[in-house]
Ligand binder design. Structure first.
Ligand SMILES: [Zn+2]
Length: 381
């Protein structure tokens, strides 16, 4: 995977290349991203650039050659000094012994296939690929031991052994402490690349031992251009998806390919708004029951979809429809909502949706989250 294969974050690509050229690559990097920005892909591209024998210097574009043995091996994710650890859980296909201590090594074929086909994959995509959809993945102390064992062996073919830890926020305290020890006493020639979406959940002692690298969302017009070209969308649709995905290419891709889940969120939100506007508490609670019955990812998607949709109504109510990138076919309906909703609703309900997303991520009981959220629609509207 070359840097040029990845969409967005051009300034970051250049700075990673300069870091390698300066000879001051630290022993631990912490990539901070939002879902769908492709940080796992950036980690592979960096490992490839470090090992490419003919890499192009920054003044001439700064990328790996794509043809040398190291590049070819990275393209297949088969480079022997590039390792991955990620959240897993027991699945039916594992042996009884492995079920007791599931680790990433047991799912490497699925991981490689996913990362090669879509470096912007979501946590849900990984859960689906390895077959743990209804369980939370985590990084256990057994995994931390495997990381330690892997790094204690000599590098095969390079100056660096690269260990990519995807979502270290899924480590429990025991695993975190073990990782901290490894970061405190780095083996020469080891590069840790941690990829997080929730830096606040990491031990501060881990964060302080890493150089922080933040991936940035794409400008919406730029993302819309990429989407329009890549998915043959018209300008309004491309802008609408870019807006909904908040500058994340992976999210936009998921929204475009997953019309179904998008439709589900749309239907639920519309009935929630209508029931709340009718002041029907029973109707609002019926929607909350439906939301409670969804899977965690669909619940999260609903909240994000609702936030974006409510922003559009707000923009419409402020008479700035141009900024809201509303699809033409939904413009009239959004106008009618804007005419019926109190001006105080928007800010309060976006705050409530943020709280709901945090509660879902924190595994708060769904019934509590959605009863509270739907009640607030009823009260605030
Ligand atoms: Zn190369």
């Amino acid at each position: 995977m070359r840097f040029s294969d990845l969409i967005g974050n051009d300034a970051l690509k250049a700075s990673l290349v300069k870091m390698v050229e300066s000879g001051r690559t630290p022993h631990a990097l912490l990539f901070v991203e939002q879902e769908g920005m492709g940080a796992a892909g950036f980690a592979v591209a960096l490992s490839q650039y470090l090992n490419c024998k003919n890499h192009v210097p920054s003044d001439f574009g700064g990328d790996s050659c794509g043809e040398c043995p190291a590049c070819r091996s990275h393209a297949n994710l088969a480079w022997p000094d590039l390792h991955f650890a990620f959240p897993v859980n027991a699945t039916a296909s594992l042996s009884d012994a492995d079920k007791k201590r599931p680790v990433s090594r047991l799912f490497m074929a699925e991981w490689n296939k996913l990362l090669k086909s879509n470096p912007y994959f979501s946590e849900h995509d990984l859960a689906e690929a390895i077959g743990i959809e209804n369980k939370a993945g985590n990084i256990s102390v057994n995994e931390a031991k495997e990381i330690s064992d892997t790094l204690s062996m000599h590098a095969y073919d390079s100056d660096y052994k690269v260990m990519v830890i995807w979502l270290p926020e899924k480590m429990n305290m025991e695993a975190s402490n073990k990782l901290l020890k490894l970061l405190e006493e780095p083996q020469p020639g080891t590069l840790f690349i941690l990829v997080t979406r929730q830096i606040e959940k990491l031990l501060s002692t881990i964060v302080s031992r890493c150089q922080i690298v933040r991936l940035q969302p794409m400008e919406q017009y730029q993302l819309a251009e990429v989407l329009a070209a890549g998915f043959e969308l018209d300008e309004a649709d491309a802008m609408s998806y870019a807006n909904l995905a908040a500058g994340s290419y992976g999210r936009a891709k998921e929204l475009i390919s997953g019309e179904e889940s998008f439709t589900e969120a749309d239907e639920l939100l519309r009935s929630l708004l209508e029931e709340a506007l009718k002041h029907s508490l029973a109707g609002v609670l019926a929607v909350s029951e439906n939301l409670t019955g969804l899977g965690k990812e669909a619940q999260r998607r609903f909240c994000i979809y609702a936030e974006n949709y409510i922003r559009k109504i707000f923009m419409m109510s402020e008479n700035v429809p141009g900024i809201s990138y509303t699809k033409r076919q939904e413009e009239d309906y959004i106008k009618s909502l804007a005419a019926r909703i109190k001006p105080t609703f928007y800010q309060k309900i976006i705050g409530a949706l943020d709280t709901a997303i945090a509660a879902i991520d924190g595994n708060v009981l769904a019934k509590l989250v959605f009863t509270d959220l739907c009640n607030r629609f009823y009260l605030y509207i």
